[in-house]
Ligand binder design. Structure first.
Ligand code: AKB
Length: 320
């Protein structure tokens, strides 16, 4: 049986991943790691162990690893692209100094480590259409620079010390549970909140801005399947392109309108978000993930939209 530590368990991915891992491996085998000020609450706090696990303090994380005999760490500590651009030093401290601490703890305690990369690891001179698995990665955002460094440092620890590091490059993630904070792709979540609340949506990205997106259940499935994959089949490790849908604002708007015909969207472009989005792929080629660990998404734009609208309506009603 695995013993897992989720660092960033109250964030957009962590809050759902922790439950999914607890379902799969047992509540007592999955520790929800958090930082002061972002403590787990409700079912997350009640369903299993929780411990402070701040990436900035490696000794603390090491203690948690020893106490629970942790063998796998999901390291989800990071600032998203837009906030990172506003706080580059902090983004580096959390993303890279923090990763270094985690990899050291993993080396000493023989843990496998999953630290996600992102479509943000690509840049303006990357081929944008069907972005290959192995290609040019020269991003111009601090988020992208730290994601490329994450990939390289994780790969370094694997080759030099044998640490079992694995990762995917996540697209924009869409979920009805925990909203993202400060990303370029957040609009694809925000648009559902406006649609369900019956409000007009102000879209921060221009018509025609194509970006890869993924529904959270597929993102969780990708992370867990990769960490369970047979290492002998892995030619790549840090990090795999994973894709399920790519759309522009007008396409997701039209899809929502099939269910909410009165829904209105206007464009109010955010120049920072637009310039970041323009530098990212339109769609990624995920054939390496498909052939090396049988990656396959379950949701497309149409099925995700139906599920998001249903689940978010229930959630918002329940909160009111
Ligand atoms: C962001 O927009 O910053 C993230 C990402 C694509 O990595 N959602």
């Amino acid at each position: 049986m695995k013993n897992i530590l989720v660092i960033g368990s109250t964030g957009q991915i962590g809050s759902e991943l922790t439950f999914e891992l607890r379902k799969r491996y047992g509540n007592d085998h999955v520790v929800a790691g958090y930082i002061i000020g972002a403590e787990p609450k409700g079912a997350l706090a009640e369903s299993g162990p929780m411990e402070i696990a701040d990436v900035i303090d490696g000794s603390h994380v090491a203690e948690v690893c020893r106490k629970y005999k942790i063998d796998t760490i999901y390291n989800l500590a990071a600032l998203l692209s837009v906030v990172a651009e506003k706080r580059p030093r902090l983004a580096w401290r959390i993303g890279i100094d923090g990763l270094w601490n985690i990899l050291e703890v993993a080396r000493e305690n023989k843990c496998a480590v999953f630290t996600p990369s992102s479509i943000g690891s690509f840049g303006p001179n990357t081929p944008h259409d069907h972005t290959p698995q192995d290609t040019i990665q020269r991003p111009r955002t601090i988020y992208g620079v730290s994601k490329v460094t994450t990939e390289l440092l994780s790969e370094y620890y694997h080759h030099k010390y044998g640490v079992d590091t694995r990762a995917v490059r996540f697209p924009g993630l869409i979920s009805y549970v925990t909203p993202p904070g400060g990303g370029t792709t957040d609009y694809a979540v925000d648009i559902f909140y406006s649609a369900v609340r019956g409000e007009q949506f102000m879209c921060p990205l221009k018509e025609g801005t194509l970006l890869d997106m993924m529904y959270m259940p597929d993102a969780l499935h990708a992370a867990i399947t990769l960490m369970e994959a047979d290492p002998a089949r892995l030619i790549h490790r840090n990090a795999f392109n994973v894709a399920s849908m790519s759309f522009a604002p007008e396409t997701i708007y039209a899809e929502i309108c099939k269910h909410k015909p009165d829904f209105k969207m206007v464009y109010e472009i955010d120049p920072l978000k637009q310039s970041i989005a323009d530098s990212w792929p339109d769609s990624m080629d995920d054939s390496a993930a498909r052939s090396e660990w049988d990656w396959e998404p379950h949701f497309n734009l149409a099925s995700m939209t139906v599920d998001m609208l249903d689940k978010l309506s229930v959630r918002l009603q329940w909160q009111n």
